[in-house]
Write a new protein. Sequence first.
Length: 488
Amino acid sequence: MSVSRCGLSAAYRMRNDDLVLLPWIGPRRRLFSSSVLPKLPARLTAPQKAGGDRCLFAGLAGDLRLHVQGVRLDAEHLLPAAALSRAVAGSLELAAKQSAERVVVCLDAATPKLVKAAFEGAVLGSYRFDRYLRKRKKRIPVLLVVGKTVDAAGRAALRDRKVLLTCVNFARDMQNEPPNVLKPSVLAERFRKAGEASGLRVEVWDERRLARERCGGILGVGMGCRARPRMVIARYRPRTVAGHLCLVGKGVTFDSGGYGLKPATSQVGMKYDMSGAAVVFAAACAIAKLKLPIQITVITPIAENSVSGEAMPTTSILKTRSGRTVEVEHTDAEGRLMLADALALAGEQKADWIVDAATLTGAAVVALGEDMAAVFGTDRALTRSLVDAGMDEDEMFWELPLHMPYRDLLKATIADTRNVATSKWGGAITAAVFLRQWVEDGTPWIHCDIAGPGVKEEPLGHLGKGGKGFGVKALVEFARKLSAGEKV
Ligand code: BES
Ligand code: ZN
Ligand code: ZN
C-alpha cells in the first residue's frame, strides 16, 4: 500500500511545483481567505459552473512555479463535504499528471466538518495498490492549510480519523491482493498480524480444528482446493462495555463457482469475494485501536471455492455446526454455506447484536447497482441505525425485506434445507432467508449483502480503482453509536 502524507498547517508557505486547490461553495463563499495566497498575480474568481473545477492559474507567481485549481462544491446530488473529498482526490490525480510535488488545499475559512472531508479525500484518495508494479509512482504529499479552524481537540479528532482510515486502507490492501497470493492461510495470518497489532486476541482454526468443531459448511466449500480453509476468531474486550457486538464476514479468497463454474468473465472480480471478511476485520481493528467501550467478537470463515477432483459434487449434503444439513444444489452459492457455520458460532457467543457482511448475491447488485449494499434485519430500529451510520459516512445501505414466506422455496426432501431457492427470483432475499436459519432466535441480527460495492472495480466517489473497503466506516460508526448507548 502507498499513501501520501497528509499534514496540517496554520499558514501557507508557497513552494515550487505546488498544486493549490481553492474550494468555493457557490460563486461567492470561499473556504479560504485571500491572505493565504499573497503572491498570486490575478484576482481569482470561482469557476462558473456548479460542481465545475478549472485551472485558475498555471505559471510563475513571483519566482515560484504554481498550479492553482479552483473547484465549486455545489455539485448536484452531492453534499459539499462529499464534493470536497472527491475534489482533493481529483487534485492528487491532476498533480501526478502535471508532475506537481505537493497538493495544498486552502481551507482556513472552512468548517471543521469540511476539513475532515478534505482529510479523508487525502488519505483515501491517495491510496494506491502498487506492490506489483516494477515502477511505482512517487507519493504526493497533501498539506491542508487550516488557519485557526482546527484547535487541539480538532487535531485529536483527525488523529482518530487517521486511525480509522488506515484500517479502511488495510481492508483495501486485502481486497486487492491477487488470489494466487492471498490463499486462505495467508489471509488468516495477515488478519492475525493486524489484529494483534490492534489489541485483538486472535485465534486461527485450521482444517483439523474446523473438523473437530463440526464446521461442515466451510470444509465442504474448501475441499476442492489444496490451500485449506481457515476460520479466524478475534476478540476485543475493553474494561467497560456497553454491550457485545459480534461481526461475521464472508472470506472467499477466490470464487470460481466450483463445479457450478462461473463463465470466465464472471470470474473476474471474484478475488474480491473475501471483502466481507476484510471489512468486518478492519472495522474490529479500528474499534480496538480507538478503544471504543464495546465488546467485539469477529468471526471470518475463509476458503477458496475451487474446482478439482476433490471439490464437492453438486447435490452433496453438508452438516453444518448447528447440526442442520444442507443439500448443495449449486456449488456457486458457497458463501452462505460458510456463513451458516460462522453464524451458528456467533450465536454461541451470546452477543447482544450480530452483524454479517458478505458479497453474497449477484441479485443484490441487480436490485441496487454497484454503489450500495442491501441490508436485511430482524430488528427495524437496529437496521435503521446501520443505514443511518452509512449515510453519515457516505456509504449507502438500503433495506430489503426479510420475507420469511420465501423459506418455502428452500425446502429439500433428503436434507433440512437446500442452498438455493427453487425460484430464480428475489435471490438476495432468499439468501438472507437461508442465513436466518442459523441465527439464534432473540438475538437481533443484520445481514449486509455488499456484493455491489464490495466487488466494484471502477472508482467510487473519492475512492480509486480496486477495493474500496466499503462498510468499514459505517460499521465503526454503528459500533460507536451502540457503545454510546444511543437509542437503537
Ligand atoms: N460471490 C458470488 C456473488 C456475487 C456475484 C458477488 C457477482 C458479486 C458480484 C456468490 O457466491 C454467488 O456466486 N452467488 C450466486 C448464487 C446463485 C447460484 C443462487 C449468484 O448470485 O449468482
Ligand atoms: Zn459463488
Ligand atoms: Zn461467492
